[in-house]
Design a binder for this molecule. Structure first.
Ligand SMILES: [Zn+2]
Length: 230
């Protein structure tokens, strides 16, 4: 069920306090338009009643597509660390599981911290791809191009728009300027062979060692590795 709730918000431009309706949760079967609003950066966007300034509110949001069985929780971090965010997410999942009847298994919920991560994860799951394999491919892109594609400065993002049946596309985005600086294509065979390799129980390490979760991010993994280096 989509949930709309009223929040007291102050306009970031003129400081005018006002009550606004924002989504806590969206269900894309009940409200199919909300998916595109979210992708188009139009969800939880407020127009100030005093000065007409338009701003988006980053707040926790549960995205649910019951048809494709996709659940993603977007939890903006604000001042918290990733570890604190993951801990808060675990508490959220426990509450969610308690709210369900006993005979319903706890749903698999994906955790993301930013609006663009939410859109990206949605594209990955809608394309029926495994998020850990995609993140592993992104990790390899960072590792092989560390000079040009440094995780502190660039996002590598899965790009469903330019992906085809034969190729998967990734974009390089500058974090500061938001400019798209490159488009990379990989044969889907590369994805399939990673899938096969990680599926093999004899093979170590497995993907869960790279990405134990709940937050799964190639960029974060790469940043941690760089920080560990002397
Ligand atoms: Zn205002």
């Amino acid at each position: 069920m989509s949930q709309l709730k009223t929040y007291p918000i102050a306009c970031p431009k003129c400081n005018h306090p006002q009550e606004v309706d924002l989504y806590d949760a969206i269900n894309t079967v009940e409200d199919p338009d909300l998916r595109n609003e979210l992708i188009g950066n139009k969800l939880n966007v407020v127009t100030c009643e005093e000065c007409s300034f338009v701003f988006s509110v980053d707040k926790p949001l549960l995205y649910h597509d019951p048809e494709l069985d996709i659940m993603i929780y977007w939890m903006p971090l604000h001042d918290q660390t990733i570890e604190e965010g993951e801990q808060q997410f675990r508490e959220f999942i426990t509450t969610l599981a308690h709210a369900l009847p006993d005979d319903i298994p706890a749903p698999q919920v994906h955790l993301v911290f930013t609006r663009s991560e939410l859109a990206e994860r949605l594209f990955i799951l809608e394309a029926e791809l495994d998020e850990r394999i995609i993140e592993y491919m992104k990790y390899m892109i960072y590792a092989r191009n560390i000079e040009k594609v440094h995780p502190a400065k660039k996002y590598v993002l899965f790009n469903s728009h330019d992906s085809t049946e034969d190729q998967l596309a990734f974009i390089i985005q500058d974090i500061e300027t938001r400019k798209i600086e490159g488009l990379l294509h990989y044969d889907r065979a590369a994805y399939d062979s990673l899938d096969e390799m990680f599926d093999d129980d004899e093979q170590t390490p497995d993907l869960f060692e790279f990405f134990p979760g709940p937050y799964i991010s190639a960029r974060e993994l790469m940043l941690n590795e760089l920080n560990r280096e002397p």
